[in-house]
Design a protein around this ligand. Structure first.
Ligand SMILES: [Zn+2]
Length: 327
């Protein structure tokens, strides 16, 4: 063997072994982003889900308002990263596999708030995400209906269609594991957390969501990436966002590729927080650790800052010209 082969042969062998190992771990390379993860790549279907009512109904909860953050015992330095996967009735969005795979590779837990219609559009991704124990899945309404504008029937359908769509995909994931002779993945029967589209709500909507058994989770730090993919800007923004984080914070990101810069920004935020000894937990875990701090009216960073969005996305946030009624 000449000198070059001596160097490259072990590398070649390692690569082969690695490829074989990946081949044995089903779905591993399915986490690599592809064309179908881009915005508008998948066809838009605005029909109701195959099942409109979830089999599992949650017990009504006492209305506790909108949770923006959690007050933790002295010395605890946990925060929750959350990712919205929004999709209107009128258009399909994408799936940021780069950001989601980054979390998975670094073993960082996160809570993903999925729109029901987004789940159906991106079923192949939901199967992967559901079976990843790091991730907790929450409900983000069927087609991004604005809870301050929807009728009571419209609101109920936005929430329950999403619970039902989740159940259908969960059943598929369990069936696939059974057919492959694998152990059944541990996937919760239905989501228990809800995120308000646009952060918008109303007093009747808060009562109605509590009646449906859901806890309303907002955020106290918005990590909005925008489409800018300059590493320098991501670094500056990441530091700025991290400087606003306190223990018990809930951070808002998007993973639907509507902002394209999420993966870059996420890396910077995570690294800045890790330097300050923060640990990451799901929202569900964060709620177990302390006392939720709530408001009665949702907003981004200052009260009232999201009201103008009421008129920007169709008549009720779904992008439609006629109200969403759930019929
Ligand atoms: Zn959203």
């Amino acid at each position: 063997m000449n000198r070059i082969s001596q160097i490259f042969f072990p590398v070649f062998l390692l690569t082969l072994l690695q490829a074989a190992a990946w081949g044995l771990a089903p779905g591993r390379d399915a986490w690599t982003p592809d064309k179908m993860d881009q915005r508008r790549a998948l066809p838009n279907v605005s029909t109701p889900p195959e099942r409109r009512e979830p089999v599992v109904r949650l017990a009504p909860r006492k209305d506790e308002g909108i949770i923006r953050r959690v007050a933790l015992p002295e010395g605890e330095k946990a925060v929750a990263l959350t990712f919205d996967l929004c999709e209107l009735d009128t258009v399909t969005t994408g799936c940021d596999m780069e950001a989601l795979n980054f979390l998975r590779q670094r073993r960082i837990p996160a809570t993903l708030f999925m729109g029901g219609k987004w789940m159906r559009t991106h079923a192949r991704r939901v199967w992967l995400l559901m079976t990843e124990p790091l991730f907790e899945i929450g409900n983000h309404a069927w087609s991004h209906g604005n809870c301050a504008l929807l009728s009571p029937e419209g609101l109920s359908a936005q929430v329950l269609w999403t619970q039902a769509q989740y159940e259908l995909l969960r059943e598929d994931a369990l069936r696939a594991a059974r057919e492959a002779g694998e152990a059944a993945p541990d996937i919760p029967p239905v989501p228990r957390l809800f995120r308000l589209p646009y952060g918008r709500s109303s007093e009747p909507a808060l009562h109605s969501l509590a009646e449906m058994g859901l806890r309303i989770i907002q955020w106290d730090v918005a990590a909005e990436a925008g489409d800018n993919r300059s590493p320098k800007r991501a670094r500056r923004e990441g530091r700025r966002i991290a400087s606003r984080v306190r223990p018990g914070a809930i951070l808002l990101f998007h993973a639907n590729r509507v902002p394209k810069g999420t993966a870059l920004l996420l890396r910077e935020v995570v690294e800045a927080l890790q330097e300050r000894d923060y640990t990451f937990v799901t929202v569900g875990r964060l709620l177990e650790m302390g006392q939720p701090q709530t408001v009665r009216d949702g907003y981004f960073t200052t009260p009232g800052d999201n009201r103008a969005l009421d008129r920007k996305f169709g008549v009720d946030g779904t992008g439609r010209r006629t109200p969403f009624t759930g019929r």
